[in-house]
Design a protein around this ligand. Structure first.
Ligand code: NDP
Length: 271
């Protein structure tokens, strides 16, 4: 029996990268998947690739009315929601090279990162709980980051938003338990997963090779992870193999957080 046989799942930001890999893995394991993304064409292409077990809807996770429309469509078409993966996220660097450190980040940029990464997850959890309540059970998986567990000086809003996702996942898990619902909520903390998100930072040719080596220099496994490796963990959390895994956080980072590699380099260190 496939591990997600008959489950109804919504994945955000699933037009590419980790979200696309999760949607693919869900369908391969027998789920019906609603592929959502702010990019309408990317969501539609992904759903078409996945065949009759997938459909697509536009969803900007910052927009509550769009969340309502997605949940209405799921309940109308399938009668219930079993799994939500809050995957959509941005770093802040998509729109240029503005500084995102604690001293120089613009308030507007800080808010924009939190709007997608944190408000989007809040809205997703809120509307998923309401939809899953009809069945009394479900699984919510929030894609946080290694950056939600350590400070990232050059990407402070990203780190702050991902830390908040980690904590909110625990509030959701406890709230659902208080309500007597079998709705589990967990956070996943990837690091250095090779997706289009990295492209602006990698460059091309020989420089690309050097940049890639530098980015994984503090990874014990000395390589990027693959989106499929994250998807495998998400399948586990979404499946009935994980019915007692709740309110927890799971790192998927090649061992990075096993050591102290997040410590910043010092300039003019004397000892
Ligand atoms: P990608 O940038 O490759 O894909 C993200 C997708 O989300 C894109 O299709 C993007 O659309 C979409 N998106 C952006 N904003 C919104 C929005 N407001 N509403 C709905 N969809 C939106 O990212 P990854 O696959 O690499 O990352 C997926 C998640 O994993 C993110 O939360 C990220 O923070 C997290 N993560 C990734 C790591 C990595 O190394 N890749 C490491 C740690 C965490 P568009 O292209 O049109 O902007």
């Amino acid at each position: 029996m496939p591990r997600m046989h008959g489950k109804i799942a919504v994945v955000t930001g699933a037009g590419r990268g980790i979200g696309a890999a999760i949607a693919r893995a869900f369908v391969a394991e027998g789920a019906e998947v609603l592929v959502t993304d702010i990019n309408t064409a990317a969501a539609a292409d992904m759903a078409a690739e996945l065949g009759e077990s997938a459909s697509a809807m536009t969803l900007d996770v910052r927009d509550e009315s769009q969340w309502q429309a997605v949940m209405d469509a799921v309940l109308q078409d399938y009668g219930r929601l079993d799994v939500l993966v809050n995957n959509a996220g941005i770093t802040g660097f998509e729109s240029g090279n503005a500084r995102h450190d604690p001293e120089h980040a613009a308030l507007e940029d800080w808010r924009a990162v939190h709007a997608t990464n944190l408000d989007g997850v809040f809205l997703g959890c809120k509307h998923a709980i309401a939809a899953m309540r009809q069945n009394g059970a479900g699984a919510i998986i929030n894609i946080s980051s290694r950056s939600g567990l350590v400070g990232i000086p050059a990407a402070a809003a990203y780190a702050s938003s991902k830390a908040a996702v980690r904590n909110h996942s625990k509030s959701v898990a406890l709230y659902c338990a208080e309500q007597g619902l079998q709705i589990r909520c967990n956070s996943v903390h990837p690091a250095a997963i090779l997706t289009p998100m990295w492209e602006p930072m990698l460059g091309t040719g020989e420089q690309r090779k050097q940049n890639m080596e530098a980015f994984v220099a503090d990874c014990p496994m000395r390589r990027f992870g693959q989106p499929e490796e994250v998807a495998a963990l998400v399948v586990l959390l979404a499946s009935d193999e994980a019915t007692y895994i709740n309110g927890t956080e799971l790192n998927i980072d090649g061992g990075m957080l096993a050591g102290s590699a997040a410590s910043p380099a010092r300039t003019n260190a004397t000892g």
